[in-house]
Design a protein around this ligand. Structure first.
Ligand SMILES: NC(=O)c1ccc[n+]([C@@H]2O[C@H](COP(=O)([O-])OP(=O)(O)OC[C@H]3O[C@@H](n4cnc5c(N)ncnc54)[C@H](O)[C@@H]3O)[C@@H](O)[C@H]2O)c1
Length: 347
């Protein structure tokens, strides 16, 4: 039997229990759950009982076990210390976004992984969505022509909840933008390449907690193409279609519901072979476009299998710390722009 990567999970009771353990680690062909830790000991024991592995009593206890890799899925402000401890213990690390609370933290985390000789990945599982991969292929084949504009939207209804770490700036680092915008930025960079400059507005329009509940960022890619990311905590779940739009001079890819935690959604490509000429009527009707519907892939399983394979082969994972750092730099520039009212270069 091929070797399986032994996984430890820090913060087993949240997204780890909802998605990444059942759909990812437990389902992956090259992974096995070996140990879990959560400060919620009851939840931790329940996860260990349901999915196997040791219920560790502390981060240090978990790191003393022979796990090969650690998945960090705790509130954002804890990632830095838990990642550094994991790297010092010689464990490979897949860390949820944002990597750190600041770019400096994320850089130190990447440096710690390098120094320890361990692999370090960022939890951008949405890259693995089969429709996103299909879109990427069309773009790489040049089917959209010159890329001009991309939009990624991720919004939900998130009312005030006492004790919620995402609603406390010191624990979450921001509001809707830091929480959901990282995925949007990462996806647009996967399609369009690096962002060079941003302009951003954030607002507290409805919810009344300190972090923003509304954010719109305008991105300028190094290629010259433009993009927008919109993330709201005050749009109804049914009202937010989580749109993804990728436009080029020869065609467009339009998707709804592919951004998010599910493997579904729909995507259409409207492709021309060449510039179709000017139409003063600007007809919107016509052949309906191509339905992009490859076989669905569970993103959590794909993410864990890809990271585990990288560990088994002793090479960096496809979605490595660079992606996490990039997205953190872009979001930091967005907050700076929102604060100063100026366009900000992404350093
Ligand atoms: N990839 C995705 O689909 C996805 C979805 C949601 C959240 N996230 C990310 O996952 C991380 C966690 O978010 P969440 O929604 O699961 O939050 P959550 O609050 O639902 O769960 C966090 C878990 O961490 C535990 N915890 C808190 N302090 C701890 C500590 N010191 N040591 C160990 N465990 C501790 C909590 O008890 C809880 O079980 C965040 O970085 C978030 O951005 C990713």
């Amino acid at each position: 039997m091929p070797r399986r990567v032994k996984w430890g999970v820090i913060g087993s009771g949240g997204i780890a229990r909802r998605r990444t353990i059942p759909e990812g680690i437990a389902a992956a062909s090259n992974a096995v759950l070996a140990a879990v830790f959560d400060v919620d000991t009851e939840a931790n024991r329940a996860v260990a009982a349901e999915f196997g592995g040791t219920a560790a009593t502390s981060v240090a206890d978990l790191l003393r076990t022979d796990v090969d890799a650690v998945y960090i899925a705790t509130p954002a402000h804890l990632h830095y210390e838990q990642m550094l401890a994991s790297a010092h213990a010689g464990k490979h690390i897949l860390c949820e976004k944002p990597l750190g609370m600041t770019v400096a933290e994320a850089e130190q985390m990447a440096e710690a992984a390098r120094a320890a000789g361990v692999q370090f990945g960022a939890g951008f599982m949405m890259r693995f969505h089969s429709r996103h991969q299909a879109a990427r292929k069309l773009i790489n084949q040049g089917r959209l022509g010159k890329l001009v504009y991309g939009r990624a939207q991720l919004s939900c209804w998130y009312p005030p909840i006492p004790g919620a770490w995402r609603q406390d700036l010191a624990l979450g680092g921001g509001g809707s933008l830091i929480d959901m915008g990282g995925h949007c930025v990462d996806l647009l960079e996967m399609f369009f390449g690096p962002v060079g400059r941003v302009s951003c507005f954030t607002r507290n329009l409805v919810q009344g907690y300190p972090g923003e509940d509304s954010a719109v960022a305008l991105l300028e890619f190094l290629s010259g193409a433009l993009g927008t990311v919109d993330t709201f905590f005050c749009i109804t779940d049914r009202g937010s279609r989580n749109a993804l739009e990728l436009h080029g001079s020869l065609g467009s890819i339009l998707a709804e519901g592919t951004i998010g935690q599910g493997s579904s959604g729909k995507m259409t490509a409207i492709l021309a072979q060449h510039d179709s000429g000017y139409d003063a009527g600007q007809a919107r009707e016509g052949p309906g476009g191509i339905d992009i519907s490859p076989e669905p892939v569970n993103m959590y399983r794909a993410e864990i299998e890809a990271f585990s394979q990288a560990v088994l082969e002793g090479r960096p994972p496809e979605v490595d710390a660079t992606a996490g750092l990039r997205s953190q730099r872009v979001l930091t520039a967005c907050y700076e722009s929102a604060r100063t009212g100026r366009a900000v270069e992404v350093l």
